[in-house]
Design a protein around this ligand. Structure first.
Ligand SMILES: C[S@@+](CC[C@H](N)C(=O)[O-])C[C@H]1O[C@@H](n2cnc3c(N)ncnc32)[C@H](O)[C@@H]1O
Length: 273
């Protein structure tokens, strides 16, 4: 019989829901977007999210980070969180009962409506993350992220909790923590007031279904390469036209999938553009 988790494990973990150290002595804005992260490596957070604009926004209480250490939910004296795969095979799998206990704590005080509070398992099997996902997550009240390790998680957990699987791309990471940070970064920068210049999120790649035009800054000539003269002409209408054309050309050359979708949405022939 597996040993029951001791209450101190649960209490300790509940306490970590009050984002340890990260928000102490800092304002907590009512209703601020929150990411709750279930991980075996809570010390990996905030990581890069603690830097620059996302870090400042975290300090200012524009978003919150709740860390749920998976280890105290483990079984037995050693708080085991994983076991061998049913049916054999390499590696270890995170146990359903252990994950379930952590997910129940993560659900405390959050909406059950998945549109308002999605639960996401970072997974190479998931749908590749798109800008539209970041926009959807930013509109929610918050999100719970499950970071996998080893061979991943027991499938029954995904079914039981209605968890969506999101992938960072067609490659394998060692764990979900880096993917979780990428997802949070892409989401938090869309929350009002996080970026100094909100207009930049409207103009950047993917926001309009196209890749962004090339960017230049000083010096005007560098290693014999000039900034395109149009960008120094002061003719804003012409500059806009040039940027749009660059955006179209780049998307067509580099991302045929995006190009086809753009043409379809705008009633264009992908061969002609
Ligand atoms: C070594 S991977 C497990 C890979 C799994 N056995 C498979 O083949 O699909 C361990 C964990 O890293 C995370 N991970 C790995 N690659 C990822 C990706 N491309 N996107 C998101 N998360 C990923 C997941 O949380 C996963 O459970």
């Amino acid at each position: 019989m597996p040993e029951k988790p001791k209450s101190h494990g649960r209490l300790k973990t509940t306490a970590t829901l009050k984002p340890r150290a990260l928000l102490q002595d800092k304002p907590e804005l009512v209703g601020a977007w929150e990411a709750r992260i279930i991980t075996l490596f809570p010390q990996a957070f905030p990581g890069v999210l603690g830097e620059s604009l996302t870090g400042k926004a975290l300090q200012d209480g524009l978003w919150r980070l709740g860390l749920i250490d998976l280890r105290p939910f483990g079984e037995g004296k050693h708080r085991n969180v994983d076991d061998t795969p049913a049916g054999g095979g390499a590696g270890m799998v995170l146990r359903a009962d252990v994950l379930g206990r952590a997910l129940d704590v993560a659900a405390e005080g959050v909406p059950t409506d998945r549109a308002r509070w999605p639960i996401v398992y970072l997974s190479p099997r998931g749908r590749p993350m798109q800008q539209t996902d970041a926009q959807r997550f930013a509109k929610a009240d918050g999100i719970t992220l499950l970071c996998g390790r080893f061979e991943g998680v027991d499938e029954r957990v995904l079914e039981e909790y209605g968890i969506e699987e999101v992938s960072l791309g067609d490659f394998i990471l060692t764990g979900g923590e880096i993917a979780a940070q990428a997802l949070i970064d892409a989401t938090v920068r869309l929350i009002p007031n996080v970026l100094g210049n909100q207009a930049s999120t409207e103009e950047e790649s993917f926001s309009n279904g196209l890749l962004e035009h090339p960017q230049y800054t000083r010096p005007a000539t560098w290693k014999g390469r000039d900034i395109p003269p149009i960008l120094r002409s002061g003719n804003h209408a012409e500059m806009e036209r040039w940027r749009k054309q660059q955006s179209l050309d780049l998307t067509r050359a580099r991302r045929p999938d995006l190009w086809r979708a753009y043409c379809k949405a705008h009633g264009l022939d992908p061969e002609q553009g």
